[in-house]
Design a binder for this molecule. Structure first.
Ligand SMILES: C[S@@+](CC[C@H](N)C(=O)[O-])C[C@H]1O[C@@H](n2cnc3c(N)ncnc32)[C@H](O)[C@@H]1O
Length: 254
């Protein structure tokens, strides 16, 4: 799936805030080796660099467009092009950080077990995943995909299924000496026309529109936009409220 850092960073504050709040809960004073998985344009990596300026910092992402942006960000890190599921480091890390990245991957249980295995003893895995998939923003995407003449083409688009708070606890409990898990709803206040469409265009909508072309893509987007704007009406003030849930996990390896 192709990513566009410019569209993604259209909402940089809103997208980076959960990374700030996740990082604030990471119980590690002076890690030597830190990696940001799914580092994107480097916005989350910059936070890690600021907190631990002496750490050897790495960022890994599968999108060249995102990595280009990260390299230009000025953050001192080693940037790797790579795929998280096949990532197999020889080094052991003190902190593995992944903000808004792991939900793209299947088999969360096995993935988390592997990532915990890449930590040094006492090392910390910290990740945040959006948990908005049953809200209108994402449900309508799937409804429109199933409703129109494009249904057969969109059938294969992956339906994201995540763990719950207790589910993640259960997955990590055997390997963790400490777990901190919470879920938050951000009442996001967005400006301008079609703000929710612009928001999802930077992330979750991409696999749907990339599976379509030309008029079909336009028709799909028009129908989805109509339903979105009914679900998230613009207020008289011109603001649109877009509640967004996110789930956070911090796990320290035994
Ligand atoms: C929503 S962005 C998050 C960017 C940044 N971490 C942040 O906090 O805003 C998700 C990133 O995960 C990357 N990603 C998705 N699947 C991946 C995979 N299998 N391997 C590596 N990176 C992946 C995407 O390329 C994208 O840059």
């Amino acid at each position: 799936m192709a990513w566009d850092p410019k569209i993604y960073l259209d909402f940089e504050d809103e997208r980076t805030r959960p990374a700030v709040e996740l990082l604030a809960r990471v119980p590690h004073k002076s890690p030597a080796h830190v990696i940001d998985l799914g580092c994107g344009p480097g916005n989350s990596t910059a936070l890690l660099a600021r907190r631990w300026p002496k750490a050897k910092l790495e960022g890994l992402d599968s999108s060249e467009a995102m990595l280009d942006q990260a390299r230009r960000s000025g953050t001192q890190a080693t940037w790797h092009s790579g795929d998280i599921p096949s990532w197999s480091p020889t080094l052991r890390y003190d902190v593995i950080f992944a903000n808004a990245a792991l939900h793209w991957l299947d088999g969360q249980d096995a993935l988390l077990a592997r990532l915990m295995g890449y930590l040094s003893p006492g090392g910390v895995l910290a990740f945040q995943v959006p948990a908005n998939f049953n809200e209108p923003s994402h449900k309508l995407m799937r409804d429109v995909a199933a409703d129109g003449p494009w249904a057969a083409k969109l059938k294969g688009v992956r339906n994201i299924v995540l763990g719950s708070e207790q589910g993640y606890y259960g997955m990590l409990e055997p390997r963790a000496s400490y777990l901190d898990i919470w879920q938050t709803t951000y009442l996001q206040v967005l400006d301008g026309e079609d703000p929710v469409l612009r928001w999802v265009s930077g992330t979750g909508l991409r696999p749907f529109v990339q599976a379509l072309e030309g008029e079909e893509r336009e028709d799909f987007t028009r129908e989805y936009k109509k339903r979105l704007n009914a679900a998230y009406p613009m207020r008289k003030s011109g603001k649109t409220l877009f509640p967004f849930q996110r789930l956070f996990v911090v796990a320290r390896r035994k």
